[in-house]
Ligand binder design. Structure first.
Ligand SMILES: Nc1ncnc2c1ncn2[C@@H]1O[C@H](COP(=O)(O)OP(=O)(O)OP(=O)(O)O)[C@@H](O)[C@H]1O
Ligand SMILES: [Mg+2]
Length: 236
């Protein structure tokens, strides 16, 4: 009998994101900030995970480490089976291009390119077929309510529009892992609903979504809420 079972192993879905004991310290002069103190988490396909916690609790630091944009001082991150921590930048960039869409609190857009061209460039970097690009750009901008701002540049966008444009760039290539820092900061309730629908659609098609938020509505829409305080998980 045992042999029969061995021939048909249970299908286990591997996690899309694994963080093992992440530590991140900052030093300014004699001051030491312990931004992350041993954060361990795994996120499965189909999950929308909200990271909450007071300002300064380590949310952005955690997301930067998960995206391989920052290096933890201890611990490591695995994305879609590939370790992204302490790898040469070209390897990290390749993992990011293949698997990750990232929206940070700033620095998401090239300011000399229009909103549409920023999205186009991301699709190009992700290796999407040029024949589908313009349709995907339109669909993605519609999903974040920015069709009528496609020709605008960063300097012409409001804070909320810039966040949505950054989200469009992060989502365009339908990455298996979408990491978004305050995706609904500075937006009205209608736009917040639009963005939440887009994030949930990504998870429904098998992606993992990890977002940091101060919004109660956004946290309520997640499958799972992880609360940080002083760089530690206090609730999951
Ligand atoms: N580059 C840096 N240099 C020094 N200290 C930093 C740096 N980045 C973050 N910190 C500190 O690390 C801690 C965590 O910051 P982080 O930005 O991760 O918080 P957060 O939870 O995202 O806050 P917010 O809700 O305001 O965005 C804070 O005390 C912050 O001051
Ligand atoms: Mg932050």
């Amino acid at each position: 009998m045992a042999q029969d079972f061995a021939e048909f192993p249970l299908e286990v879905t591997p996690p899309l994101v694994e963080a093992h004991e992440l530590y991140r310290f900052y030093h300014i002069g004699d001051d030491e900030t312990l931004a992350l103190r041993g954060v361990t988490l795994t996120v499965a396909p189909g999950e929308v995970v909200a990271i909450t916690g007071p300002s300064g609790s380590g949310k952005s630091t955690l997301l930067s480490c998960l995206a391989g944009l920052d290096e933890p001082d201890g611990g490591y991150v695995v994305v879609a089976g590939a370790r992204i921590t302490r790898r040469p930048e070209p390897e990290r960039a390749a993992i990011r291009a293949r698997n990750l869409g990232v929206l940070m609190q700033s620095g998401n857009l090239f300011d000399h390119l229009s909103v549409a061209d920023n999205v186009k460039m991301q699709l190009h970097l992700a290796g999407k077929s040029p024949s589908t690009v313009s349709q995907t750009v339109s669909q993605t901008l519609a999903a974040v309510g920015l069709e009528d701002r496609k020709d605008a540049r960063l300097g012409e966008l409001s804070g909320g529009e810039a966040a949505r444009a950054g989200l469009a760039v992060a989502m365009a290539a339908q990455p298996s892992v979408l990491i978004a820092d305050e995706p609904t900061g500075d937006v009205d309730a209608t736009t917040e609903t639009l963005i939440l629908d887009a994030l949930q659609a990504r998870a429904a098609s098998g992606g993992a979504v990890i977002l940091a938020t101060h919004s109660r509505e956004v946290a309520a829409a997640a499958n799972r809420v992880i609360r940080l305080r002083d760089g530690r998980i206090v609730d999951d």
